[in-house]
Design a protein. Structure first.
Length: 72
């Protein structure tokens, strides 16, 4: 199962954003983004919803419950 931090990193890179860019766009610190991506911390439920809306994916995709291919 894919971890949420891996999904966030994949999506951020797909959108060609740095951690700082993503942090600024969603109102989170760059250090917070880094901690999510390394697995040191998990985003709150509110942040998961915010990320899903920003990247236009489901929360299930972010959480590793479903694959992106299934969304197409």
């Amino acid at each position: 199962m894919v971890k949420i931090g891996e999904r966030i990193r994949e999506l951020r890179q797909e959108f060609k954003l740095t951690q700082a860019d993503l942090a600024q766009k969603i109102g989170i610190s760059q250090a917070g983004i880094a901690k999510w991506e390394t697995g040191d911390r998990d985003p709150s439920t509110d942040c998961v919803i915010l990320l899903a809306k920003f990247f236009d994916v489901t929360t299930d995709f972010l959480l590793g419950v479903e694959d992106k291919d299934l969304l197409k």
